[in-house]
Design a protein. Structure first.
Length: 58
């Protein structure tokens, strides 16, 4: 799971290893060094990638 700022720069890597299917995982993002606003996160699994938007509010 990677996090990108609004212009597409990677700002954090939250999870970067193989994960067991069917399990629940929890990650945390410390946004101390990031401005408030829109960020994007990218999830990759089994050859698929999905990008979603999130709001960082301080």
């Amino acid at each position: 799971m990677r996090v990108f700022d609004a212009v597409g720069r990677e700002v954090a890597v939250l999870f970067n290893r193989e994960a067991e299917a069917g399990r629940t995982y929890r990650v945390s993002l410390s946004g101390n060094n990031l401005p408030s606003g829109v960020c994007f996160y990218r999830l990759e699994s089994a050859g698929r990638a999905e990008i979603r938007r999130m709001m960082l509010i301080k």
